[in-house]
Design a protein around this ligand. Structure first.
Ligand SMILES: *Cc1c(COP(=O)(O)O)cnc(C)c1O
Length: 223
């Protein structure tokens, strides 16, 4: 299967009902994104601010851009108000800055908190217990222009399926624990973004509501 449209259709057929597809288009040219758009895809994921800003004006206005990479604090101002969701909030400092810039810009930013469970993959993200206690203390209550919509996480990059499953379970459990300690006070806290090309089927079995798929749609990236 070579055409991007065919690949998207094939992936859609495997998605559990209600699971949203984020087409991760980082490092791919706008022509590839247009092909996906013409196949009905509206959510695209980018991980670099400059690349995202270059692509936005070249795509139709109803694209919903998700930022999925490590966001440097000095670039927050450039993307606030321009993306539908920041999936990768990996520190309280970044969260507070997004909030301040959103208030300043007169917008409400939707974000996911990034949970770090994988053994090696990335050093970014909150440890589950760290995030749960921050939530339990009500750290989110002072946010003025930011809506925490859920969590994003990555499993270990390994062929060991039991390890990957354990990671997804840990992310899901963190979500449930946060719901418990905030006792329903958090509204619209329902997005669980987990699963990439090689592991999204497993992620859906652990409650993923949003999968981030790049390679299976666009092919391999040339960095
Ligand atoms: C690149 C990336 C993906 C997509 O990975 P594929 O293996 O190409 O599907 C998903 N999530 C994040 C955070 C990424 O950086």
């Amino acid at each position: 299967m070579n055409r991007i449209a065919d690949r998207i259709e094939a992936i859609r057929a495997t998605l559990t009902e209600g699971v949203e597809l984020n087409a991760v288009s980082k490092f791919h040219p706008v022509e590839a994104l247009r092909e996906a758009y013409d196949a009905g895809q509206r959510v695209f994921g980018e991980s670099r601010v400059q690349e995202l800003l270059a692509k936005i004006p070249q795509m139709p206005g109803d694209v919903r851009w998700h930022f999925i990479g490590h966001l440097q604090t000095n670039k927050v101002r450039q993307i606030v108000g321009r993306v539908a969701l920041i999936e990768s909030v990996d520190s309280e400092r970044l969260l507070r800055l997004i909030d301040a810039e959103s208030e300043r810009a007169g917008v409400v930013s939707r974000v996911l908190m990034q949970v770090h469970v994988a053994r090696e993959e990335t050093k970014f993200g909150f440890l589950p217990e760290e995030l749960v206690s921050w939530m339990a203390e009500g750290g989110y209550r002072t946010l003025r222009a930011t809506h925490i919509c859920g969590l994003m996480g990555m499993a270990s990059n390994t062929d060991d399926e039991s390890r990957v499953a354990a990671d997804f379970a840990a992310i899901r459990d963190t979500m449930e624990e946060i719901r418990r300690v905030t006792a329903g006070e958090l509204t619209g806290f329902d997005t669980l973004s987990m699963g990439m090309s090689h592991d999204y089927r497993l992620a859906m079995r652990y409650g993923s509501t949003m999968v981030r798929i790049g390679t299976d749609i666009f092919g391999y990236r040339e960095y």
